[in-house]
Design a protein around this ligand. Sequence first.
Ligand code: FES
Length: 143
Amino acid sequence: MLYSDKVMEHFANPRNVGELADADGIGEVGNAKCGDIMKMYIKVDNGIITDCKFKTFGCGAAIATSSVSTELIIGKTIDEALKISNKEVIATLDGLPAQKLHCSVLAEQAVKSAVSDYYKRQGVDPYPIVGDIQKCTGDAGCG
Ligand code: FES
């Protein structure tokens, strides 16, 4: 079996799909190689991510990794959410096939992009906090 039961389950029943009309931060990232796009919406209250939704025009692994990412970051502080790496997302999904690892990077970058947007809206420069948002061009190990 190429995909774990957890990946299949999140693909079949993705959590937190949609948009947040009153989002405090909206992130959008794309992978230039496969053309997939992911959009992530976060609601922040007192430094805690209280809600998160996503939309993706992406592959099954992109759907599963973003679904898990939303579950991992809801209820966390922004700092904690930024520390969640794509490796943790992969581990939570009981692994991903090698050729699908970059899809988890897209999910990680979508979270970072949403947090960046949140800081910009607060008038705070996100760069020192969030760092680079990797452009998934394929040559950064993510394509
Ligand atoms: Fe593009 Fe998975 S193949 S994100």
